[in-house]
Design a protein around this ligand. Structure first.
Ligand code: GTP
Ligand code: K
Ligand code: MG
Length: 494
């Protein structure tokens, strides 16, 4: 899966939200933060060139001084070369770069220190043990640095989730999306909407309090109504796109289907750049659904190879065909493969009639299912000859054997996936998690209650509920239980 190995993200400390100058530094500086000071290896495990160990909490300055004794703290946010030694034995541990980030201008908002040491396991464990011996320091739990950043208002919850996604991102589109979310686009949007509701609520409350007064501005309720209407339109537009963001986060379902021997497995192997499926000249080679996560033109996808669709076969292959059909129903995108040199065969015609043409006409249940028709084995057609099948629906010619037509096919695939997953470089912020969708829908429902409310007290309450949903997206109020779930996604040291 692309939610795979930890990637080393040595991220510079985030600047402050408000341009509050911070001049504290040097050994006389008061410690920033409260409670325990945590430390952890923040880069990946194992032998590597450089390993980054960091601390966060009020004893960070003390930790830096203890290991670099008798030196003073380095200037804030400037890398300095120091000899590290164990404060108990004074045994030298490493010559390392150290950084001092006095709070609140640090990633967590607390005093933080970083040790960029040589990545050998003995160096790393020596420094970790030395830190453990400094009073007030303890090893960090998973996600604890980020949790502290959230607690100190350095990151909103959507930004925390963007950071988690960035660490997990395995395709270009996922990285772009995560970076935008980490930059606060989604939280900005939600905060703007919440402000609109605060305004509308103020209008309704003003009317409740002073409605009888003559000097209340006329039309305050109309104003609230129109603000709610505008918000409803905006929320509706985002919710319509909700599936796209979730596909971008967890992968679009792309199913390769077609008659036996069309080259479906050859295409799957070509796209995944590894021998996922057995390829052979024997029709009916693939029997089961074989699923593999791949990066398709920069987008994450779950690619499924399926059994060739045909009738009148033995029970095992029949079961394979049944599974293939079931998988087709769940597909976000079907890659329909035909053998270009065998278009007149019964199985090709049957596949065209039952899968390709119905998809083109829009599926009966109204859910849009996209399909790319690929005529494989173009190398078997006479070179430079006319299109073998001008009457077919729009299609692409490809040869899995020679690679001819692959660029055009990948470009078509990229367009389909961009439509399915949303374009993270240009479009509006995507709703990559079910949580966002849930709260936006909750907000929209509450706005519906506002419109139907029989009295103003109920209307005001509906607006409060609606606003509550928006603030919960960015991490305000009543989110303790989901915090545990979200931070569990992080590793120790992040
Ligand atoms: N000439 C030529 N042969 C191809 C091409 N692609 C696949 N083949 C051959 O076609 C045969 C069938 O390929 P597969 O990939 O197993 O086809 P499939 O659709 O997965 O077959 P089933 O799983 O049996 O339904 C193999 O012998 C492949 O080498 C191509 O582009 N050109
Ligand atoms: K085959
Ligand atoms: Mg196959």
């Amino acid at each position: 899966m692309w939610r795979g190995l930890w990637t080393l993200v040595a991220r510079p400390a985030r600047g402050p939200r408000s341009p509050r100058p911070c001049t504290r530094q040097g050994s006389g500086a008061p410690a920033h933060g409260s409670g325990a000071t945590i430390f952890a290896l923040s880069s990946g495990q194992g032998r590597c060139g450089i390993a980054v160990i960091r601390t966060s909490g009020p004893a960070s300055g003390q930790a830096l001084r203890s290991l670099t004794a008798p030196r003073d703290l380095p200037p804030a946010r400037k890398a300095c070369l120091r000899l590290l030694s164990d404060p108990r034995s004074e045994e030298p541990l490493d010559r390392a770069l150290v950084l001092w980030f006095p709070g609140p201008q640090s990633f967590t908002g607390e005093d933080c220190a970083e040790f960029h040491v040589h990545g050998g396991p003995a160096v790393v464990s020596g420094v970790l043990q030395a830190l453990g011996s400094v009073p007030g320091l303890r090893p960090a739990e998973a996600g604890e640095f980020t949790r502290r950043a959230f607690a100190h208002g350095k990151l909103s919850l959507t930004e925390v989730e963007g950071l988690a996604d960035l660490i997990h991102a395995e395709t270009e589109a996922q990285r772009r999306q995560a970076l935008r979310q980490l930059d606060g686009e989604l939280s900005h949007l939600c905060r703007g909407w919440a402000e609109t509701l605060t305004k509308a609520l103020a209008h309704v409350e003003a009317y409740i309090d002073f409605g009888e007064d003559d000097n209340l501005e006329e039309g305050v309720l109309d104003q609230a109504d129109s603000e709610v209407r505008e918000l409803e339109v905006a929320l509706g537009a985002h919710l319509r796109d909700a599936r796209r963001g979730q596909r971008l986060r967890s992968g679009a379902h792309v199913v390769v289907a077609g008659p036996p021997n069309a080259g479906k497995s050859s295409l799957v192997n070509l796209l995944s750049r590894k021998p996922v499926s057995i390829v052979s000249p024997e029709p009916g080679t693939t029997r089961d659904v074989l699923e593999t996560p791949v990066d398709l033109a920069g987008f994450p996808a779950l690619l499924s190879d399926t059994a060739g669709l045909r009738e009148g076969v033995g029970p095992v292959e029949q079961e394979g065909v049944r599974r293939a059909q079931k998988r087709l129903e769940q597909a976000d995108l079907i890659l329909a493969v035909l053998d270009a040199s065998d278009l007149a065969s019964a199985s090709s015609c049957n596949f065209l009639d039952t899968v390709v043409i119905p998809a083109g006409a829009g599926s009966p249940n109204g859910s849009s299912q996209r399909l790319l028709l690929v005529l494989n084995k173009s190398d078997l057609l006479p070179a430079g000859g006319p299109d073998p099948s001008p009457d077919l629906p729009p299609h692409l010619l490809l040869s899995c054997l020679t690679g001819e037509g692959l660029d055009g096919f990948l470009e078509a695939l990229r367009k389909e996936l961009a439509a399915l997953c949303g374009d993270p470089s240009t479009g509006p912020p995507l709703l990559t998690r079910a949580r966002y969708q849930h709260h936006l829908q909750g907000c929209l429902d509450a706005l519906g209650h506002y419109k139907q409310a029989k009295d103003l007290a109920l209307a005001a309450e509906a607006l409060r509920v609606a606003r509550g949903h928006l603030t919960r997206i960015t991490g305000g109020g009543g989110t303790e239980e989901i915090l545990d779930i979200i931070f569990r996604d992080f590793c120790v040291g992040k």
